[in-house]
Ligand binder design. Structure first.
Ligand SMILES: NC(=O)c1ccc[n+]([C@@H]2O[C@H](COP(=O)([O-])OP(=O)(O)OC[C@H]3O[C@@H](n4cnc5c(N)ncnc54)[C@H](OP(=O)(O)O)[C@@H]3O)[C@@H](O)[C@H]2O)c1
Length: 360
């Protein structure tokens, strides 16, 4: 199947109830044909959907899942079945172990770095564990990719990394900086490193949606809402996967890619999921923001806009804006800020329900 000629879908297209998200693929899958791809954190929520999508919609030479827990890998193997056995490899390893990463990355063309510790309170309580995985792990991925000649590395980041207020966000910001600066080590013809930054994944493990779902099923009398004003950016797992694939295809090395995605108030989310349940205000917890931001005013001076995304360009002396100019990228206005409270695109209840139907 040739996906290269397709037009990138907007969030609205992904919302169309009758259109399977994988039928609305972003460009980029074609460039994965014949490639050897390694996914750190390949057995996590993102990794599983990424691997399955790539196997179904491209013809990679090899797909390597790199993660620690053998049971998660076993379950994934069972779920995917024998159909992909000749292409799929399951590699037990820890991103804290550079030698293991180097072994796994031999003859790899594309690396997607999704492994992370991402639970905000766990990172506050165990700061060095978070730093070892999210920061030193990032450094190890960079060094292993440089030493083994991987062509493209894309690292997953989060809105919590922009002006971070908790260690998880700060560790992801440090990781982003490590990946972007890595382009200085590889030269213009060497490994390219870029970052994808997005917001809350609808239904992801440990997030508010599974919590509300569980409470509703268990017959709760109210839903806990931190603050009536609190807003978040929302993206579906499939949109995240398709977006990452399109970024792999377009990356020059050094960009932070930010998809245009909708916002919703947590209170409206609770109301859409359980219209009859009252809300119990529980207050914003330490390390939480009232609103998330994906592009700060300071980053906006380096930011260009395409129809479906923003691109924060790096400040390298050797960076050339020309490929994006050809795509029609326009600079964002002076003082621009992409934040979940001032976003122009809002989810209503009906649209949220369609996204929930697709959630894992
Ligand atoms: N979910 C969201 O809402 C969201 C939003 C924005 C950005 N992101 C980013 O997206 C990425 C993927 O998130 P996710 O939702 O897929 O997370 P997830 O479901 O928790 O999966 C994390 C994966 O990383 C692996 N992992 C953890 N520590 C590791 C280590 N030291 N070495 C190797 N593998 C390790 C885990 O497997 P093992 O435990 O078996 O090692 C698992 O496969 C993360 O970088 C996250 O920061 C997520």
């Amino acid at each position: 199947m040739n996906h290269e000629a397709r037009t990138p879908p907007t969030m609205q297209q992904l919302d169309r109830p009758n259109e399977s998200p994988t039928e609305a693929l972003l460009p980029g899958f074609g460039m994965l044909n014949g490639q050897s791809i390694l996914v750190t954190g390949g057995s996590g929520s993102f990794g599983k959907r990424f691997v399955e999508t790539v196997l179904r919609h491209a013809s990679p030479r090899r797909v390597i899942v790199f993660s620690r827990d053998e049971f998660k890998q076993y379950e994934m193997q069972q779920l995917l079945g024998p159909e992909w056995a000749s292409t799929l490899r399951f590699f037990i390893g820890d991103v804290r172990d550079r030698e293991r990463l180097e072994l796994a990355m031999r003859e790899v063309d594309v690396c997607v770095h999704a492994a992370a510790l991402k639970h905000v309170p766990a990172a506050e309580y165990n700061p060095m564990e978070c730093i070892h995985t999210n920061v030193y792990g990032a450094e190890n991925v960079v060094r292993a990719a440089l030493n083994t000649g991987v062509k493209r590395v894309i690292a997953l980041s989060t809105d919590k990394a922009a002006n971070p207020v908790n260690l998880y966000g700060a560790s992801k910001l440090a990781s982003d900086k490590i990946f972007i600066a890595a382009n200085n080590l590889s030269g213009s013809l060497g490994t390219r490193f870029s970052v994808v930054r997005y917001g809350n994944v609808v239904g992801s493990r440990g997030s508010v949606i599974p919590l509300f779902r569980r409470m509703i099923v268990e017959g709760a009398e109210s839903l806990p809402v931190t603050d009536d004003r609190m807003t978040r950016f929302w993206i579906t797992l499939q949109h995240g996967v398709d977006f990452v694939v399109s970024c792999i295809a377009m990356m020059q090395g050094g960009e932070i890619f930010v998809p245009k995605i909708p916002s919703m108030r947590i209170a409206d989310l609770a109301r859409a999921m359980a219209p009859d349940l009252p809300h119990k205000l529980v207050g914003i917890r330490p390390g939480e923001k009232l609103h998330e931001v994906m592009i700060t005013e300071d980053d906006s001076r380096q930011t260009f806009e395409l129809p479906d995304r923003f691109v924060i360009e790096p400040a390298f002396a050797f960076w050339t804006h020309e490929p994006y100019q050809r795509l029609g990228a326009k600079p964002v206005p002076d003082g621009f800020r992409y934040a979940s409270d001032t976003n122009g695109d809002w989810l209503d209840g009906a649209r949220l329900m369609r996204l929930l139907a697709e959630a894992p």
